[in-house]
Design a protein around this ligand. Structure first.
Ligand SMILES: Cc1cc2nc3c(=O)[nH]c(=O)nc-3n(C[C@H](O)[C@H](O)[C@H](O)COP(=O)(O)OP(=O)(O)OC[C@H]3O[C@@H](n4cnc5c(N)ncnc54)[C@H](O)[C@@H]3O)c2cc1C
Length: 288
């Protein structure tokens, strides 16, 4: 199938892009990498009257440091995130997760902003944003605001973005001292969307006690979920592999998993426990 007819704009500036979005709102769709939008256009699942192509806005493809935040532009391609030395050093979970997305060709075109705005429940980058308490910086002709990742993902393919808003950047916390991380996923074939995925970040104090924990899982329901509160792990308690294993079992047992006729919930529950154990082990190793 081919897409329905649409008008096409390639604004030369961010201000021009935002003005077009303000004018056309729900009648328009932004196109970035096109890796999710183009198939939806071709299948006529979406039929916008106008596409606003943001690929001519290089200011959206930068990586800068702002205090303890790494500010990553919305147009950064998955492949660039995976190979950028600053991202690898300062937000290694993001670099690692981006390198696991789809196939080579998809990673060359797909973007951070596109992945977050598309909000596929099994996608890697929404999970990383949630796990790390990232903030999504959005702009409209009326101004800018920052949306915590916890409030951004509303349901399957639905976010807190207003129709006239554009994601311009995502603010990730820079990896701190004695902070370990891990990103683990399982898919049936290399390059497929994950059946389940876990992102873990933990910090240790000088005496080896848990100072902070962030744990999130994807592929279980309509949006990625924070599951650290299910783990039974408390800060101030010395960390060990045994504690990590018990925490992973607790998360697997307690997580809310949506029934899905393709992949039974019990199977994903076991997957979640196994991935959580691997992720916590690896994060602990990296924190030491
Ligand atoms: C075969 C295949 C396999 C894939 N496998 C995976 C996978 O394993 N894991 C995974 O996570 N993804 C996967 N993807 C999706 C891929 O990562 C997409 O690149 C990503 O989901 C969307 O990014 P994009 O830049 O291509 O966005 P587009 O397709 O251009 O846009 C997607 C949506 O986001 C909106 N949008 C884009 N940019 C912005 C912005 N800056 N502000 C506001 N709205 C915006 C668009 O209007 C549209 O609604 C796969 C895609 C394909 C085709």
């Amino acid at each position: 199938m081919k897409p329905a007819r649409f008008a096409y704009d390639a604004p030369p500036t961010l201000a021009a892009a935002l003005a077009l979005l303000a004018e056309h709102r729900d009648d328009a769709k932004v196109v970035a990498g096109g890796q999710s939008l183009a198939p939806m256009l071709n299948m006529r699942l979406v039929q916008p009257a106008r596409l606003i192509d943001i690929n001519g806005l290089p200011e959206l493809a930068s990586v800068t440091r702002d205090g303890d935040r790494l500010v990553v532009g919305a147009l950064m391609r998955h492949a660039d995130l995976a190979r950028d030395p600053i991202v690898a050093a300062q937000c290694p979970m993001l670099a690692c997760a981006a390198g696991t997305i789809g196939h080579y060709a998809i990673r060359q075109r797909g973007t951070l902003g596109g992945s977050l705005a598309h909000a596929d429940p099994a996608a890697q980058l929404p999970l990383v944003a949630l796990a790390l308490d990232a903030e999504i910086e959005v702009a409209s002709a009326a101004g800018r605001r920052r949306i915590p990742a916890r409030d951004f993902f509303v349901s399957i393919l639905a976010t807190a973005l207003a129709p006239d808003e554009l994601i311009v950047a995502v603010r990730f916390p820079v990896r701190g001292p004695r902070e370990g991380w891990s990103f683990r996923l399982f898919s049936r074939r290399a390059g497929d969307f994950a059946l389940a995925a876990v992102a873990a970040s933990l910090a240790l104090s000088a005496d080896g006690a848990l100072a902070a924990l962030r744990l999130a899982a994807g592929g279980l329901g309509p949006v990625p979920l924070r599951v650290d509160q299910l783990s039974g792990l408390a800060t101030g308690v010395p960390m060990s592999r045994e504690r990590a294993a018990a925490a992973a079992r607790a998360v697997g047992a307690a997580a809310e998993i949506e029934e899905n006729e393709r992949v039974p919930a019990d199977y994903r529950r076991e997957l979640l426990a196994a991935l959580a154990q691997d992720a916590l082990d690896e994060a602990l190793e990296r924190a030491r």
